[in-house]
Design a protein around this ligand. Sequence first.
Ligand code: ADP
Length: 455
Amino acid sequence: MVIFAVLVLMNSYPLRSSQQMIFTSKESALKSSLDTMASALSGLSELTEENVAEGLATVEITGVSRAIVTDSSGKILYDTREVGNATGYQVFYTELVQALQGYDAFYTTYKDDAFRSTAAAPIVYRSDIIGAVYVYEYDRSQAELLQNLQKNLLSISVGIGAVVLTVSILLSKLLTVRIEDLLAAIRGVREGSYNHRADVGGHDEIAQIADEFNDLTNRLQVTEDARRRFVSDASHELKTPLATIRLLTDSILQAENMDEDMVREFVMDIGQEAERLSNITEDLLRLTRLDSGLEEEAQAVEAAPIVQRVCHSLRLLATEKHISLEVNIENECTVLATKGELHQVVYNLVENAIKYNHENGFVRVLLSAGADQVYITVEDNGIGIPEEDMSHIFERFYRVDKARSRAAGGTGLGLSIVRDTVRRRGGAVDVRPRAGGGSIFTIRLPKSRKEGGEK
Ligand code: ADP
């Protein structure tokens, strides 16, 4: 639109101003012709055909098509036109009437591909108007120049207009095609097919939006995959104990005269499976709560009593397996979390260290504090974790040895709960193998500043 406005301006302004310039040059040219004629007749007190012809005989009147001299009554005394010479006739041209009234007159028009200009001036003798001079010019050559200019400007404008129009259409097509590709990809993802990728090409903002969009869908895909895996793992985990319970109840119901000990054993097994189900659902609920971000506000929690309490409650389990459980409180310190959360994460790590240990093994729990962080380290010399499983053990339902985990009453969710809980509180958990066998888990949690940390 802007370019078209410029083109319209380009086609009107130069033409108008050149026309104006030509008008001005015509006016001065005609006036100088009038002046030459008037001054040649200036000494005459009265104008007659003879003295005018005589006066103008030596004057060269150039650049005009016709020159007329009249007396004060408007009768033509001198006319340069050969065909249709009007000498002796009375004329009433507006310009001449004005000139005879004492005014200079000039008119010019651009019509029918020619400039037509007329000018007239009075001839004065001792302040009496004794006649008037009149010139007329008909000019085609300047008009032709102007027309050529107009034609050239028009063809240049048409050319520019065509190029601009083609380029604009191409560019907007190119743009809309790419935006439509992007929209199609967005719609695809909205319909649930996360493998849709926007491929728009280029290096501009649209390409950047497409890259961001692809990044986003990649993440959605990962989240969606994790969600599906989680749902299928969870159903599988819940299905197994339910199937066992079903099998056991069917056996009891179908067997006739089953002896009492056997029934008792079956019912105990059912109880165990029910407990497993309840453990899994409890852990799942914990994770759901962590996922939805429903968390109690963190407080300054004294870590030492909680670590002591966890170890106290697990000591029986350790003793059963002849495992020594040592607690070392290096610094008394407070962390920013809730008591329940801290208890849960320490419990899960210490319980694992006992569960995945050998007879006569050891578990060492160390509580220490740095400048901003509190460290809880749980070290064991148990079965250890194979290198390739290290990066997976914090995933939901991941177990290195499924049978051993189940036998030990594990749900495969303990470490996920630990990781999600400490992350929510701005901390982290990591694991490394222990030289000489076993593993070392370390939890880092932000230290509470309110309580001044160490005491
Ligand atoms: P589980 O309920 O099976 O214990 P976790 O999430 O607590 O689930 O742990 C995941 C897996 O990591 C366990 O099944 C086990 O194979 C491994 N693991 C966890 N802690 C230890 C440890 N201290 N020593 C060896 N393996 C461990």
